[in-house]
Design a protein around this ligand. Structure first.
Ligand code: NAP
Ligand code: GDD
Length: 330
């Protein structure tokens, strides 16, 4: 019999790649989606079109314990990947309350539902390098102290602690990935990498003239999302649950990302990127770079995509969508 996996956040960037990976591995894949997604599949299920016919979707919400409990009871998953969250850091400054409610209670509800209705299920929590925030050492590893700088980061520290506590208190096979930023052509347009590659393509095609950004000096450890979902899966194949940093080990600035993306469409970013103080965050995470030695040793995982290849693949996808050849300016 095939193993059953339940993915929350299956419509997001990571959920879509993970669903494809698990379907390819022969899993019976179930996904939790908001009811509104089922009513607007063309737009809201766009990232999972390739596997739509091979997965089962269930309506539910992170805000509702009964909906989560029912999905868990019905599906009886062997593995649960809890990816759903309000994931946009910037928005968490606009609405701390809903970010904390959704992310902390949502994680708590999923853990409680599993413990009650499917206690043998293995659980993955989508932790984040945002938990390191104002970093206390470089590079950041599993042993680095957390110092979150946003309601989003705080909600992820709480989710991480809840996950550890369900492991210790109730014996749940519960692991957290501390994933550094990972991107792809499926990245949401609100995140800086996609904003830059879509913006560069729009300018190259003549549809836009400028791109407004915030802090260009922030540095991130950017990897490729399909590589990262493999680490999630590998964590749940371990006999013992644990926590792992997943990162490339390289850091680049937003400015460097702009420079490379615009040069790939034959443009100089300095002529098009406008710095807008309104896009600065009240508290910034200045620099992130991860040490994934533990994941490499225990899971045999390593990042396979370098920075240049990542930027190129995202620019090419956005140029294709905008009807412009990379390197050709209209
Ligand atoms: P994403 O593209 O923003 O996807 C978020 C998913 O969560 C979507 O499927 C969304 O559904 C769902 N969701 C949000 N609120 C929900 C609610 N109230 N009820 C049910 N579903 C809800 O995020 P991602 O980049 O794939 O990231 C996946 C997870 O990893 C997130 O928890 C994120 O915080 C974490 N993470 C991401 C990164 C990264 O660099 N990508 C790094 C570290 C950690 P809708 O489609 O209906 O909105
Ligand atoms: N979004 C955005 N838009 N960010 C900008 C902009 C802009 O116009 N201009 C500069 N930035 C800077 C932000 O200030 C931040 O320092 C950096 O670009 C990256 O921002 P995002 O792409 O929004 O990602 P993030 O690092 O805040 O959060 C992402 O990675 C986390 C892991 O570290 C998200 O995917 C989180 O969900 C994830 O946990």
């Amino acid at each position: 019999m095939s193993r059953k996996a339940l993915i929350t956040g299956i419509t997001g960037q990571d959920g879509s790649y993970l669903a494809e990976l698990l379907v390819a591995k022969g899993y019976e894949v179930h996904g939790l989606v908001r009811r509104v997604a089922l009513e607007d599949p063309g737009h809201r299920l766009r990232r999972i079109t390739t596997v739509r016919d091979q997965i089962v979707l269930h309506a539910g919400s992170l805000e509702s314990f009964p909906s989560l409990f029912q999905v868990v009871r019905q599906t009886q998953p062997d593995e649960c990947y809890h990816l759903a969250a309000q994931s946009f850091v910037s928005y968490s400054f606009d609405d701390e309350f809903s970010t904390l409610n959704t992310n902390i209670n949502g994680t708590h509800y999923v853990l409680a539902a599993l413990t009650a209705a499917a206690p043998e299920c293995r659980f993955y929590f989508a932790g984040s390098s945002e938990m390191f925030g104002k970093v206390e050492e470089t590079p950041q590893a599993e042993t680095t102290r957390f110092h979150p700088r946003s309601a989003y980061g705080i909600s992820k520290v709480a989710g991480f602690d809840l996950t550890r506590n369900y492991r210790e208190a109730y014996g749940l096979h519960a692991s957290s990935g501390i994933l550094f930023n990972h991107e792809s052509p499926r990245r949401g347009y609100e995140f800086v990498t996609r904003k830059i590659t879509a913006g560069a393509a729009a300018i190259a095609s003549g549809k836009a003239r400028e791109l407004r950004l915030g802090n260009l000096e922030a540095r991130r450890d950017w990897g490729h999302a399909p590589d990262y979902v493999e680490a999630m899966w590998a964590m749940l194949q371990q006999d013992t649950p644990d926590d792992y940093v997943v990162a490339t080990g390289e850091t680049h600035s937003v400015r460097e990302f702009c420079e490379m993306a615009f040069s790939l469409v034959g443009l100089d970013y300095r002529e098009h990127v406008v710095t807008d103080p309104a896009l600065y965050r009240p508290a910034e995470v200045d620099m992130l770079v991860g040490n994934a030695a533990k994941a490499r040793k225990a899971l045999g995982w390593c990042s396979r995509t370098d920075f240049q290849s990542l930027v190129r693949m995202m620019v090419e996808a956005d140029c294709c969508a905008a009807g412009v050849e990379p390197g050709n300016r209209r």
